[in-house]
Write a protein that binds this ligand. Structure first.
Ligand code: FES
Length: 316
């Protein structure tokens, strides 16, 4: 099976300020490959440019894939280009669905938290839990009603009674400590949203002693911090020794030197640029590797991580 699919944009809708949704179908009218709640696809936007988006429709519905896409204010061409050029009738290329944000379907109760555009994987989870007849609640946190995507859908969904909308501008923010006060053994928490929101939820869950295995999260945007000392990079297979200055990523320096580097999110989220470390100590700045994987220091992400040692040797 090819890892890529050609799909047709069947529908595009303005969902909220700066957010569109797209419905993607098989151009031949067939069913699309199955996907699990929490899965994402990599969307090819232009040669060398792709972005990851969560599938937000029901995993039961294989007639189409639904995506929600926020035009990021600091977009380097990815989401801005989608907003500009992805119109109904356009054929695009996407990856097969992949899942790094899995639902524990046998949980006694699931608490779903979506912040802003982070509602997208949470929506697919709600559809799945509803289909299973499972116990869950969904909290959707947004700054304002104007920026809240999928509101009509949530109001009309068969699980609408399980949805709580929290709007900052209406002084109806979510009381996270109150929500997470009581961890239970078979209660699972899922969160996706902006970094500050995620950190608040994850830290509160830790304070209230939720087992880490019951707290699931997916960052959809990370601030890539390129500050830090310069260091020498030995690209072993390419036979190059390069200098990575402050303010530039390893990936940028390698690409400029003509080394092929696979990139997608460029934010330390997707793992596409994962590379083996042959020497030196990485300064891990990604959200992809686990703490244990980071501690082993034998692999790193080239789009965002740097070095704590003056010298780094990579298998590239
Ligand atoms: Fe996604 Fe580096 S390109 S983690």
């Amino acid at each position: 099976m090819s890892d890529f699919l050609n799909v047709l944009i069947a529908r595009r809708q303005e969902e909220a300020e700066g957010i569109i949704s797209l419905e993607l179908v098989d151009p031949a009218g067939g069913w699309l490959p199955p996907f699990e709640a929490g899965a994402h696809v990599e969307v090819h936007i232009a040669p060398g440019l792709s972005r990851h988006y969560s599938l937000c429709g029901s995993p039961q519905d294989r007639r189409c894939y639904r995506l929600g896409i926020l035009r990021e204010p600091a977009s380097r061409g990815g989401s801005a280009q989608i907003h500009k050029t992805f119109v109904p009738g356009t054929l695009i290329r996407i990856s097969q669905p992949r899942n790094q944000f899995r639902l524990q379907e046998l949980a006694a109760h699931s608490v779903l938290l979506g912040g802003g555009i982070g509602i997208t994987p949470i929506l697919a989870m709600a559809w799945r839990l509803h289909a299973l007849g499972a116990s869950f609640e969904l909290h959707y946190c947004v700054r304002s009603r104007a920026r809240a995507a999928f509101l009509a859908l949530l109001e009309q969904a068969p699980f609408a009674d399980k949805v709580d909308l929290h709007i900052d501008d209406d002084a109806r923010s979510l009381d996270i400590p109150a929500l997470l006060r009581v961890p239970e053994v078979n209660r699972h928490l899922y969160v996706c949203g902006p970094g500050g929101f995620m950190d608040a939820v994850i830290n509160t869950a830790r304070e209230h002693e939720w087992p880490s295995s019951n707290v699931h999260y997916e960052y959809f945007a990370a601030d890539v911090d390129a500050t830090g000392k310069s260091f020498t990079l030995h690209a072993e297979r390419s036979g190059l020794i390069l200098q990575v200055p402050e303010g530039r990523s390893i990936a940028e320096v390698l690409l400029e030197a003509g080394v092929e580097v696979s990139l997608s999110c460029e934010q330390g989220i997707c793992g596409t640029c994962l590379t083996h470390v042959l020497g030196g100590i990485p300064d891990h700045r990604d959200l992809f590797l686990t703490d244990e994987e980071k501690a082993s220091n034998d692999q790193m992400l080239l789009c965002c991580s740097r070095a704590t040692s003056p010298f780094l040797k990579l298998d590239i």
